[in-house]
Ligand binder design. Structure first.
Ligand SMILES: Nc1ncnc2c1ncn2[C@@H]1O[C@H](COP(=O)(O)OP(=O)(O)OP(=O)(O)O)[C@@H](O)[C@H]1O
Length: 263
């Protein structure tokens, strides 16, 4: 298993996003117990769990799209900004825009939507984001004509263009082939480790999550629990084995528990 890129991983830094006794759910009814965790700069967090376990609900709560049942979400500092890539099924595929324009939307905030990117800095940031996401080859193509994996690359470019401090990506490689998935995970690693973002990714590919993430968050709505730690800590935990069996524990890469302690 390729873990060479970890050698240069800096220690997790400044807290970006904090969950303090956060309880998520719908209509005031919780689906998981209270959660305390911190997403830090330079950290790549993978969120795993069976279908319906609460991963997207957690993301939506972090983004303010769903109110918490109780507890608190806090930014590490007032200037911290977050950005989100939803699941593919949540994206309107009929969007009448090209990839470059879509990436430019990542630069929109406040009243900026009134000007179609005349600003040189914005244009440069968009081009850089297309390169970073590996989306230059599809920059001129209409979003609606792209394949599923290409659409995901375009959305990655858009989220990079935001220059957010913490990015939340819900299954960003679900439609990609194995090569594109690996490239994308390495790009996300570079965003975290080299550029110092906090990167949080929902993934159903446990091997890929184990290979790339510094920290794994396992969510289990059925048994109302979650486990957080490095791949071995999580994959060998009884709660995880109850859902996924023992195989992942036997093959889990060994690595330091990077620690993601409550604030
Ligand atoms: N608006 C809603 N009202 C009530 N329950 C909901 C609502 N949206 C989702 N749920 C339920 O909350 C639970 C968690 O859903 P969520 O979408 O967070 O799961 P997930 O872990 O992201 O699943 P998947 O891997 O399939 O994307 C599910 O049982 C789902 O049916």
């Amino acid at each position: 298993m390729d873990r060479g890129h970890r050698a240069a991983v800096p220690e997790p830094g400044e807290p970006l996003l904090k969950c303090e006794q956060l309880v998520i759910g719908y209509g005031g009814k919780d689906i998981l117990p209270p959660m305390d965790l911190v997403v830090r700069r330079h950290q790549f967090v993978a969120v795993v769990g069976r279908n319906g376990s609460g991963k997207s609900t957690w993301f939506k709560t972090l983004l303010g799209l769903i109110p918490p049942v109780s507890g608190r979400i806090a930014l590490g500092a007032p200037h911290i900004r977050s950005a989100y890539v939803p699941q593919m099924s949540a994206i309107d595929s009929l969007l009448p825009v090209h990839t470059r324009e879509l990436t430019g939307w990542g630069r929109l905030s406040g009243w900026n939507f009134l000007r179609p990117f005349p600003n040189k800095t914005d244009r440069q940031k968009v081009e850089a984001a297309l390169d970073t996401a590996g989306a230059r080859g599809i920059a001129k193509r209409p979003f609606r004509d792209l394949s599923g994996g290409e659409k995901q690359r375009a959305l990655l470019a858009r989220v990079i263009a935001t220059e957010a401090d913490v990015v939340l990506l819900d299954e960003p490689t679900a439609a990609m082939d194995a090569v594109a998935e690996k490239q994308t995970m390495l790009r996300l690693c570079a965003l975290a480790h080299d550029r110092g973002l906090g990167v949080v990714v929902v993934s159903h590919d446990l091997s890929v999550a184990a290979e790339h993430a510094d920290v794994i968050l396992f969510v289990d709505r059925e048994h109302r629990c979650f486990v957080m730690g490095d791949a071995r800590t999580v994959f060998c935990h009884p709660a995880f084995r109850r859902q996924y069996g023992d195989d992942y524990c036997h093959t889990a890469p060994q690595g330091p528990h990077r620690g993601n302690n409550p604030a």
